[in-house]
Each structure stands twice: as C-alpha cells, then as structure tokens.
Ligand binder design. Structure first.
Ligand SMILES: Nc1ncnc2c1ncn2[C@@H]1O[C@H](COP(=O)(O)OP(=O)(O)O)[C@@H](O)[C@H]1O
Ligand SMILES: [Mg+2]
Length: 249
C-alpha cells in the first residue's frame, strides 16, 4: 500500500461549540479506494470531524485538500460537488416512499422539453442498476422503505449517495443498530464499494469489525487525532490503548 494516494486531507481543522473544543487542529489523510476507519470513545469528536468533511458543519479554522487541491467544502451541496457523500445514522429515508423515489429524492431525473416530466422509467432502471452493482439484496425497487430491513436501508442510502456521484462515502456507525446478519451485509457492502474504487470513511465502535474491514485505522481522543495505523501493522491492544488516550511512541 506504499503507493496509496491521499484523496482528501484536512489541515489543522478546528471546531468548537461554545466552550466545548470538539475537533482540535486535526490534520487527517484519507486514502483513495480504501476503507478509512475512524475510532475513538464517545465524545472524541468523530461525528463532528466527518460533519466538517461533509459540509454539515463549518470549521472555525483549518482547510481541506481534495485531490491535492486546496478547497473549501461550502455546505452539503459543495461537498457533493467534490464527490463527498455522507450516509447518516438516521439515513433520512422517507418511510412512505418506495426505494426508487428515495434514491432520487431531491435529484429526480426529468425528461421532455424543459425537463418538466419525471423520468420514471429512467429512474427505475438506474436505481436497479446501482443496487445491482453493489449487490444489494432488494428484490423490488418499488418496495416501500418501511418494509425494508436495516441492511437494505443502508444499501438504499448508499445507492442514493452513488447516484449523486459520491466518490468518498462517509458512514457514521452504519451497523450500530443492526443484528449480526445485517451487520455482515453492511460489511459486504463496504467491501463491494472498495472493490469498485470508492473511498470509504467508516466510523465504528466495534474494534473487531474495524480490524475485519478497514485498511487504515485513525484514532481520535478528546478532539485530537492521535494517529493513523495501517490495519496490518496495528494490533487491537495498540488501538485500544490509543482510544484510551495513550499516544503511541
Ligand atoms: N451541535 C453540538 N452542540 C454542542 N456540542 C456538541 C455538538 N455536537 C457535538 N458536540 C460535543 O462535541 C464533542 C464531540 O462530539 P461528537 O463529535 O459527537 O463525538 P463522537 O462522534 O466521537 O462521539 C462532545 O463533547 C459533544 O457533546
Ligand atoms: Mg458520533
């Protein structure tokens, strides 16, 4: 992995909420086509860091480099334009709409002069293709989201990110609410995305899971980034020690 490319970099990123210093001058490298895990105790600043990257929050200081270019994120729309897509914990899916409409919410395909008609056929086909590509087990794209399992919902949310051109897919605790089987489904989904060259940022509490799937493991403690290890060079004991605030030598 010596040739791994950095696709995204934060430089001295800083964020406070009043007196709470949630992210402290974090300079973090995210590697292209890899699973980049972010671990740390509750309140370590993981969600805040990825919200800065996905444009959900604006930093107090610091900057970003994407594909080597210094840039600002400029809100969620700006992040999308840079290929950064967050798949949030609550997934923000609409229960009473089907899979296709959920995948195209807010970015519906249109047809006709002036693009005034929704292109239902086109959306159906693309939703089907995208879900096929990620080996999602969703038998019918016209199914209502309320009838889907947790694993299937993750696939729909990821599909939505891909349709919008997501190259860097951010997942914050995607398996936190899932059982064993559906957790496996989501890990397979992450592996499939990696095989397709996507970059994944994965926040997880589950160290075993992180060692199973991640290529890089980064540890946050009290708002600071303590370090990044290649998975095959790290031990669980070392990572756990870092999570508890022990800086590695
Ligand atoms: N919107 C907010 N307003 C005030 N404090 C916040 C907000 N979001 C997060 N925090 C605080 O920032 C710190 C880091 O939180 P967070 O990034 O959610 O940590 P993690 O995801 O690692 O559990 C915590 O002390 C948390 O209470
Ligand atoms: Mg969090």
């Amino acid at each position: 992995m010596a040739s791994d490319q950095v696709i995204l970099e934060t430089i001295n990123l800083d964020k406070s909420f009043g007196a709470i210093h949630a992210v402290r001058t974090v300079s973090w490298k995210v590697y292209q086509g890899r699973v980049n895990a972010l671990v740390g105790d509750n309140g370590a600043g993981k969600s805040t860091l990825i919200k800065l990257i996905s444009g959900a929050l604006a930093p107090n200081a610091g900057s970003f480099r994407v594909h080597g270019q210094e840039t600002t994120i400029g809100g969620p729309a700006g992040a999308f334009n840079l290929g950064i897509a967050a798949v949030y914990q609550d997934l923000a899916l609409v229960e009473s709409r089907d899979v296709v409409m959920n995948m195209f919410l807010g970015s519906e395909m249109t047809r006709g002069v002036g693009a005034i008609f929704l292109d239902h056929k086109g959306m159906l086909r693309q939703a089907h293709d995208v879900l096929n590509d990620i080996h999602a087990r969703i038998p019918n794209v016209r199914e209502m989201v309320r009838n889907l399992s947790g694993g299937q919902r993750q696939a729909v949310a990821v599909g939505r990110a891909l349709i919008r051109g997501g190259e860097i897919i951010i997942m914050d605790e995607p398996t936190a609410a899932l059982g064993v089987e559906q957790t496996q489904e989501v890990l397979q989904l992450i592996d499939t995305l990696r095989k397709q060259g996507k970059t994944i940022i994965l926040i997880s509490h589950n160290i075993q899971q992180v060692f199973e799937i991640a290529d890089y493991i980064s540890v946050m403690f009290h708002g600071e980034l303590l370090g990044t290890r290649r998975r095959e060079e790290a031990t669980e004991a070392e990572i756990v020690a870092m999570i508890m605030g022990r800086r590695a030598p």
